[in-house]
Design a protein around this ligand. Structure first.
Ligand code: KIV
Ligand code: ZN
Length: 504
């Protein structure tokens, strides 16, 4: 049997408390719409008493978003609860979320109140909220640092007062999984009326354990998880919704739990939140990071192409991505390149492929990621099928504001001989082409020279195409490289090789 875990999203309340993230009302409504598509159970839309803007956004979300519970946060004081109730007036399923700190540190330094007073205020707050809505949640703030016997007392009292959900916040991210799970177990074993309420967990990520703590709590019997998209929130953030949901889905065998989340909406939701808050998702972030489904190692690429479960525990399609990303680079092997060439719609003979692979390795050595356009450029060159009568072995260029442009080239001939020549010119390219002419013994006249970046970025491949007149005939040559001088030499040689091949 699988239990349903209630997903309480607090992106618009705790998430919006992230330093640097502030959303206007329309942006909040847009995110709420997307959260509804994602099918979260509860949207915590804001803290109505905290500002007129928060009040307005909670009211609009309450009015406009149907089919999902909308919660408003309130301290355990009448003014806050009244404000939350007014903001939630038009909600189809309103929830008031009342909180009050219970830990000794908060009682002593922040609230200046004794345990008895805290207990009374908590109960009063819940009862006051119940005058407006049936669905009241109570959070003993800093629960994980609260004495367990006092926490048990508070939880029992608020459930008696009518709270339907009791949330156990790890407000400062102090808990570790075993400790946090033991709190949940302690409540389940010792709170007499615990069966009348849903136990919820709310973890902050100060030690990087928010998701681990939440999952440990689920294993110990928690039935609601409070979390945010991309894990945004106060300080180091909250537990990331996408990680909780995908962990429960992927390891259903272990947790025996499911959620109602439409996981195909995860990527869209993550991107929307990132765009609107301006909080970028790190590349290697679990589930929604750019690299989460990208394979760079040749061994992994080969494995995934043969059978994706070799290196993938989730399907990218399940979170709304098109497919696994094979990042072609220096670690990629023949299998990955062959597949990509096929996907791009090209068919190469074995010989053409071997040459393309050689060129690909050469490019990949210089460039971190080889893009599809790079591959097309490589194939374009290979498909010309021009014999390497003269092959560039090495070149050197010297030029600068007060220097005489000088080029040296070493060419390898088909019979294995090498020819070295160096000369000066009007510019580096002129010197380079003159040095090539000397080495081939075929004087060419440059008619046209074009260079363009094949891909974006500073490490983009440069494509050079030339028109060279040899013996009164015009020939085109083309080559690509991250080094534009090298691309120029190869393009020129490509043209000369064409002429040489024809005259043989
Ligand atoms: O972290 C926390 O304690 C909170 C409460 C208001 C639930 O965000
Ligand atoms: Zn919080």
């Amino acid at each position: 049997m699988t239990n349903n875990i209630v997903i309480f999203d607090t992106t618009l309340r705790d998430g919006e408390q992230s330093p640097g993230a502030s959303l206007d009302i329309n942006e909040k409504v847009n995110i709420a719409r997307q959260l509804a598509l994602l099918n979260v159970d509860v949207i915590e839309a804001g803290f109505p008493v905290s500002s007129p803007g928060d009040f307005e956004s909670v009211s609009r979300i309450a009015r406009e978003i149907c089919g999902v519970s909308v919660a408003g946060l309130a301290r355990a004081v009448e003014k806050d609860i009244d404000s939350a109730a007014r903001a939630l007036e038009k909600a189809e399923k309103p929830r008031i979320h009342v909180f009050l700190a219970t830990s000794e540190i908060h009682r002593k330094y922040k609230l200046l109140k004794a345990k008895e007073e805290i207990l009374n205020l908590a109960v009063k707050g819940v009862k006051h909220a119940l005058k407006y809505v049936a669905d009241v949640e109570f959070s003993p703030e800093d629960a994980s640092r609260t004495e367990l016997d006092f926490l048990i007392q508070v939880v029992e009292a608020v459930i008696d007062a009518g709270a339907k959900t009791v949330n156990i916040p790890d407000t400062v991210g102090y808990a570790v999984p075993d400790h946090y799970a033991s709190i949940i177990r302690g409540l389940k074993e010792n709170v007499k009326n615990i069966g009348k309420a849903v136990i919820s967990v709310h973890c902050h990520n100060d030690l990087g354990l928010a998701v681990a703590n939440s999952l440990a709590a689920v294993k110990a019997g928690a039935q609601q998880v409070e979390c945010t998209i991309n894990g945004i929130g106060e300080r180091a953030g909250n537990a990331a919704l996408e990680e909780i949901v995908m962990a429960l889905k992927t390891r259903r065998d272990f947790y025996h739990c499911s959620t109602r989340i439409v996981t195909k909406e995860l990527i869209a939701t993550s991107r929307l939140v990132s765009t609107l808050t301006g909080l970028r998702v790190q590349r290697n972030k679990a589930i929604v990071g750019e690299n989460a489904f990208a394979h760079q190692s040749g061994v992994h690429q080969d494995g995934v192409l043969k059978e994706r479960s070799t290196y993938e525990i989730m399907k990218p399609e399940d979170i709304g991505l098109q497919k696994t990303k094979i990042v072609l680079g220096k670690l990629s092997g023949r299998h990955a390149l062959k597949e990509r060439i096929k996907e791009l719609g090209y068919e190469l003979s074995d010989e053409e492929f071997e040459r393309a692979f050689e060129e690909f390795k050469h490019v990949a050595d210089k460039k971190k990621e080889v893009f599809d356009e790079d591959i097309e450029a490589i194939i374009g060159v290979e498909k010309m099928d021009v014999p390497n009568i003269f092959q560039l072995e090495s070149l050197s260029i010297s030029c600068g504001p007060n220097a005489v442009p000088t080029a040296g080239v070493r060419l390898k001939l088909q019979d294995g001989h090498v020819v070295d020549n160096a000369t000066i010119g009007d510019g580096p390219i002129d010197a380079l082409f003159k040095a090539i002419d000397l080495s081939t013994g075929i004087p060419g006249k440059l008619q046209d020279y074009n260079i363009r970046a094949v891909t974006g970025g500073k490490d983009a491949m440069g494509e050079v195409s030339v028109n060279v007149e040899v013996n009164g005939k015009s020939v085109r040559g083309r080559a690509v490289s991250t080094d534009i001088i090298e691309a120029s030499a190869k393009a020129y040689l490509n043209a000369i090789n064409k002429v040489s091949a024809k005259s043989k």
